[in-house]
Design a protein around this ligand. Sequence first.
Ligand SMILES: Cc1ncc(COP(=O)(O)O)c(C=O)c1O
Length: 398
Amino acid sequence: MTNHEIAELARQYVMPTYAPREIAFVRGEGARLFDADGNEYLDFVAGIAVCGVGHAHPRLARAICEQAGQIMHTSNLYFVEPQARLAEKLAQISFGERSFFCNSGAEANEAAIKLARKWALQHLTPKQRTIITAEKSFHGRTLTTVTATGQEKYQKAFLPLPEGFRYVEFDNIEALEAAVDDTVCAIMLEPIQGEGGINVPGERYLAGVRRLCDERGLLLIFDEVQTGIGRTGKWFGYEHFGIEPDIMTLAKSLGGGFPIGACVAKGDVATTFAPGDHASTFGGNHLACAAGLETLAIIEDEGLVANAAAMGALLTERFSALAGEMAAIDHIRGKGLLLGLQLAAPVARELAVECFTRGLVLNAIGADLLRLAPPLTISEDECEQAIGMIAQVLAEVA
Ligand SMILES: Cc1ncc(COP(=O)(O)O)c(C=O)c1O
């Protein structure tokens, strides 16, 4: 089928929750994508910060095929070896001690919210049910996680929303302190906001949040769905800020493109759920966990966390220099390979469309903001190609 034929079929039969370009990728290789008409692209979106090890990594493809040929799913009524091994691996590379597995970021956050509320029931007062989240945050699209998401535009068509959420300005410790009253049990934040605009908090903010949680006996939940698994140049975003949360959620890159989510916790929080409290039919199945294990092994063996840091530094340096030369670029922000290119004018969508036609896949997340989130495998040459094309197209459209 051609790009157009696939688009026509989808337009007829798929609910229009997205407004895709008339492109259907049918093959990938590393940071390269190929569409149904045979066009080649350089991928600076990576399936929205998902395909950390690049497309069609031979080791990941082999691990998935081998596991599929053995056994894919048995349910959680029985022990699952890859699940136990993946939980052990996450405990080795993070602050966490135990994991609950699910299938997406929203589900991981649902698990975190339920975990925090149950822990609060056992350790805090009966009034303490409220979770504070940040304005401009993004935590998912289920009814509860869209309520946790501090953006009204995602919520307004779906009222009534579940109770028990309160929003404060991100990176404002005074606002947070003022919002904590005797009904709050937890604070839930992305360490670096992704969808909300690649917002990196000031160096001391998250340490201040940790201190506030410790003083008031509250849980700190980090949504690392976008920032986790090497994306920011460290295994997890919290490592940039010298503190640890009590609960962390993961998804996106964890399976290298295979759907899997995880809610990771430590201490007595990690042993709060008892049989029957929470569950997922597919969560932690053999196939998803085999994909997760191999993804983490590839990231380790190929030094991709360090590569994310190095390529992020290169992109930051080169775009910062360009910002000095070109009025069209305001600045670049972010960490590792989760970067926001702030433009001086609202031309991000036009820029992305034009780059697309020239073979570079970009994601505009605001009228004047591009998110750069290539695979963690991206090379210096590929970064230079993207920089060159963005600069050239910007010079033309701005
Ligand atoms: C920080 C964050 N949390 C949660 C989610 C939701 O993840 P999913 O789409 O897998 O449900 C996203 C998705 O973009 C995200 O960026």
